[in-house]
Design a protein around this ligand. Structure first.
Ligand SMILES: *[C@@H]1O[C@H](CO)[C@@H](O)[C@H](O)[C@H]1NC(C)=O
Length: 396
């Protein structure tokens, strides 16, 4: 019975007590210092990081872009396969136009006059034979060069291999020229035309700036210090800015990234919006890794002889593929992010008294006194003020 009454009493106590904030002025330099210092930290965070670094008052949008490229330059090669041959853009840029990338041929293995016929397979452990019964008619392995005819024929004076139906003679790609055939490609230039849009802000811009006129465009070449706005790049310059040597990269090919950063602050008080170029090798960053290095592919040119036979010239081309990668985010003042961040800042500031209270009630020298005054219970039955401590801080 008694317990029930006690319970009911405390329930009523919780429901019907009214709490009203009371101002307690603590004249303590230490607690005052903690309060101001915490306030300062919060303000520094809001102003320094949220406003200045993160630009929390801005709306953002990411870039939409298109790229076209045009390579210029020519070369004269005098390798054994294609002796004394003149090369221009139509010969060494494959395919003639690409999407955000272009490929420049620098080295080749040429196998001319191939016809659809039969010839001995290149000697490998699975193709070497001693008699016809070692070869299976119709057998084709994707790693081999053709469909076996079931005959074992002489490959050389000392070796016999299975005969295959294929484009013969077969390509022998083990003797890649040690020096790039198109060494002169280092002096080729490329004009990169890049248009970008930030649809949310209706902002359009090209990397050919309004201040660039056509006579400057005809003679300029990109240089980070002297011509940072020129959109014409020498291939050697691109490769060397990526920390690579053009001639050694040209032997086996590779992939190089041309990065265009369009990150911009579009508020009127910010500076102008212009592209920032950087260059980076994208494939095989470890030069000591000699397994499957570089970049190559095969293509063929087809002919018909006067007597109607089809022949082709097979070319295994090595070269450098340049990938143009455009990225960036633009920011501009927006009322919604401003309000959201302002709200976050204010709620952060409201945490400051909690920190100061904690310091005051647990670390300060006069913490017992502060504890005593922190919570006051006023009983309506008595006029005398009864001081009590918050339950969590205990009694003495
Ligand atoms: C590229 O041009 C420079 C300067 O004009 C020249 O010295 C160099 O030999 C050229 N490179 C090749 C591989 O022809």
């Amino acid at each position: 019975m008694c317990q029930d009454r006690g319970c009911c009493h405390s329930c009523l106590h919780y429901v019907l007590d009214y709490e009203t904030p009371k101002t307690l002025v603590i004249q303590s330099k230490a607690v005052g210092f903690v309060f101001r210092f915490t306030q300062l930290l919060v303000i520094l965070y809001v102003v320094g990081y949220v406003c200045v670094v993160q630009k929390g008052y801005q709306e953002t949008d990411s870039v939409i872009s298109t790229v076209t490229t045009k390579v210029k330059g020519f070369a004269y090669s005098n390798t054994s396969d294609l002796e004394h041959r003149f090369w221009d853009v139509a010969d060494y840029v494959i395919p003639p136009q690409g999407d955000h990338s272009f490929f420049v041929l620098t080295n080749i293995i040429v196998t001319p006059n191939q016809t659809q016929s039969r010839c001995p397979e290149l000697p490998t452990p699975s193709s070497i034979c001693t008699a016809d019964c070692d070869c299976t008619e119709g057998h084709s392995d994707p790693r081999s060069n053709g469909i076996q005819t079931g005959l074992c024929v002489n490959y050389s004076d000392t070796q016999q291999t299975c005969e295959v139906l294929s484009w013969c003679p077969l390509e022998i790609d083990t003797n890649l020229p040690k020096h790039a055939m198109l060494a002169a490609a280092e002096n080729f230039t490329v004009l990169i035309k890049n248009s970008v849009t930030y649809p949310k802000f209706k902002f359009h811009r090209r990397n050919i700036m309004p201040q660039i006129n056509s006579s400057y465009l005809r003679r300029c070449e990109f240089n980070r210090i002297t011509d940072p706005d020129c959109p014409i790049f020498r291939l050697k310059h691109i490769v060397s800015e990526a920390g690579e040597d053009f001639q050694s990269m040209a032997v086996k090919g590779g992939v190089l990234g041309i990065l265009i950063d369009w990150s911009c602050d579009l508020d009127w008080w910010a500076g102008k919006c212009y592209p920032k170029y950087s260059f980076q090798r994208l494939d095989n960053k470890n030069p000591n890794n000699s397994v499957a290095p570089g970049y190559n592919f095969r293509f063929a040119r087809y002919y018909k002889t006067p007597d109607g036979e089809e022949t082709r010239t097979l070319i295994k081309g090595y070269g450098i593929r340049f990938d143009v990668i455009v990225f960036g985010t633009a920011g501009k003042f927006g009322i919604v992010p401003t309000i959201v961040n302002l709200g976050a800042a204010l709620s952060f500031l409201s945490l400051v008294p909690a920190v100061s209270d904690w310091v005051m009630l647990t670390c300060a020298r006069k913490k017992d006194l502060y504890n005593k005054h922190k919570v006051t219970y006023l009983n309506e039955d008595s006029d005398s003020e009864s001081m009590a401590m918050g339950t969590s801080y205990g009694t003495q």
